[in-house]
Write a protein that binds this ligand. Structure first.
Ligand code: C2E
Ligand code: MG
Ligand code: MG
Length: 248
């Protein structure tokens, strides 16, 4: 009942798609669609996070391996809860999943969610370094919300920062939100970290992000989470035919 959908991610300057984020979905036959926020918490409470992550890695990597993206420069992002950074199991799991699917690690980004909940940052930093050693990129998800989000950012070896949609959604109406995003873009540039804005819902927001020099974005305006085949159709529209600005 658990499966993945994929939300495309775009380079802002060129409006080209460079990858997609895998997002877990659960359709319960009785209850219908269960929100990920709910079932991920449930998984954690009953000790099923490892099983969920294993399934996400296996399904996501296999889907890409069996798609035209396998031969293209296309990045797959997958979410991992930072609560899994307490031991090295996640490194083994990732390494085995990559080998099984035959996907090159440099085409994979791991988005760390819930970094505010890490108990031992020193240990988490070592675990993440080992993940990086495999060749994947590491992203700080939902940046800017939750407790002490600058501390994990300081201590952990991130390659990417995803600005939480709280700030992105207010870009048009809130000068403070705009300044925060502007500074995060500068921070990313100075540290050589890719900055990706999440939750872009309209063209106005897209244009502000572009004017601020934000390199990457995802959101309903650019593409909703969808089956990987649909991501590929969109890819051929925006990247191959190079249809330029104007519509999502
Ligand atoms: P996230 O990683 O920050 O994922 C982005 C969420 O924002 C997704 O919600 C996506 O559907 C939603 N979103 C994307 N664009 C827009 C937009 O323009 N407007 C609005 N309002 N929302 C947008 P979703 O799929 O409900 O996932 C919620 C969270 O559940 C994810 O947040 C992530 O933290 C977690 N999650 C999802 N899949 C997995 C997974 O496989 N493993 C783990 N550990 N966590 C997952
Ligand atoms: Mg994410
Ligand atoms: Mg996020």
């Amino acid at each position: 009942e658990i499966y993945l959908v994929y939300q495309p991610q775009f380079e802002l300057k060129t409006r080209r798609m460079f990858g997609a984020e895998a997002l877990a979905r659960w359709d319960d036959p009785q209850r219908g669609q269960i929100p990920p926020s709910y079932f991920i918490e449930q998984c954690e409470q009953v000790g099923r996070m490892h099983a969920l992550t294993k399934k996400v890695f296996a399904d996501g990597l296999a889907a890409v391996a069996h798609s035209p993206f396998a031969r293209l420069e296309f990045n797959l992002s997958m979410n991992v809860s930072a609560t899994m950074l307490g031991d090295f199991e996640i490194v083994r799991l990732l390494s085995e999943s990559l080998a099984t699917a035959g996907i090159s690690p440099d085409k994979v980004t791991i988005e760390m969610t819930e970094t505010a909940r890490i108990e031992d940052l020193q240990l988490a930093a070592i675990v993440m370094s080992e993940m990086k050693q495999l060749g994947v990129r590491l992203s700080a998800d939902d940046f800017g919300v939750g407790a002490a989000s600058f501390e994990p950012f300081l201590q952990l070896p991130f390659d990417e920062l995803k600005i939480d949609r709280l700030f992105v959604s207010r870009l048009e109406s809130d000068r403070k939100a705009r300044k925060i995003v502007e500074h995060l873009v500068t921070l990313g540039r100075d540290l050589d970290i890719l900055v990706l804005a999440e939750g872009v819902e309209d063209e106005g927001t897209f244009e502000i992000l572009r004017s601020l020099g934000c390199p990457a974005a995802q959101g309903y305006q650019l593409g909703r989470p969808m089956p990987l085949e649909d991501v590929y159709s969109l890819w051929t529209d925006v990247n191959v035919e190079k249809r330029s600005a104007g519509g999502a």
